[in-house]
Design a protein around this ligand. Structure first.
Ligand code: ADP
Length: 246
């Protein structure tokens, strides 16, 4: 029970990495708010293992404020925030990405981190403790062609993690990031453009350990970084990528 008595908000927990992280946190003793824009998925995941489902749009300030307030009301306090909700645009030449897609990617992947910090950091400061984990991507460390602005949004998350960590450390708040290589989640199809054996093989050939990541890989890293075992760890952007960024 490595998170005994802890409380957490996990965004984008209705599927993929977020669901895996939420499930693991609950199994380690935490109370978890399963927050997602897909209310049905959030409900399904929460019912499966006893989390608290919450509908949120992480790119909307009022919606994020309401999520944080409900988390405090229902769980009493919030120890951990995992900013996991994310979107990408379809792979395409950078000059062809629409302004709408650009805005959507930066709103969901980046602005959301600011909005959640704006809402939750005062509470964490008051308590003198907290752990924030940003789920970024290897795309932000070693960009892939045609994922241009998505790459840039994940690079932003890495820099934001360090900026937050250095500023919030005196308040006892740790901020780290995980950089996953693609997993077998709905996002994978968007990364690959088309899901054919050839495209898969090409994608896999860039991962030295020879497999896609899975939600358990991310849950293991998230559990460590958000638990007290990592009490001396802040500002770290950890690749969980089978060696892709070596
Ligand atoms: P991965 O797990 O690989 O990051 P997924 O697409 O499986 O990719 O998970 C991303 C999650 O983020 C989905 O459950 C999706 O509904 C959620 N999400 C996307 N946009 C938002 C948003 N604006 N607010 C909250 N959750 C969102």
């Amino acid at each position: 029970m490595r998170l005994d008595g802890k409380t957490a908000i996990v965004t984008g927990a209705g599927s993929g990495f977020g669901a895996g992280i939420a499930r693991r946190f609950v199994s380690e003793g935490a109370q978890v708010m399963v927050a997602d824009i897909n209310a049905q998925n959030a409900q399904g995941v929460a019912e499966e293992f006893g989390g608290i489902a919450h509908h949120v749009d992480v790119s909307d300030g009022e919606s994020v404020d309401a999520m944080v307030q409900r988390a405090i009301d229902v769980m009493g306090h919030v120890d951990i925030l995992v900013n996991n909700a994310g979107v990408t645009h379809l792979p395409a030449p950078m000059e062809t990405i629409s302004e709408e897609d650009f805005d959507r990617v930066f709103a969901v992947n980046c602005k959301s981190v600011y909005l959640a910090a704006r809402s939750l950091v005062p509470h964490m400061k008051e308590r003198g403790t907290g752990a924030i984990l940003n789920i970024a991507s290897t795309a932000g460390v070693s960009p892939r062609p045609r994922l241009n602005w998505y790459n840039a949004s994940k690079g932003w998350m890495n820099t934001a993690t360090k900026a937050m960590a250095v500023e919030l450390a005196p308040d006892g708040i740790r901020v780290n990031a995980v950089n996953p290589v693609a997993g077998e989640t709905p996002l994978l199809k968007s990364f690959m453009g088309e899901d054919t054996p050839e495209v898969r093989a090409k994608f896999l050939s860039t991962i030295p350990l020879g497999r896609f990541s899975n939600p358990e890989d991310m849950a293991n890293a998230a559990l460590y970084l958000c638990s007290d075992e990592a009490s001396m760890v802040t500002g770290v952007c950890m690749e969980v990528d089978g060696g892709r960024c070596i």
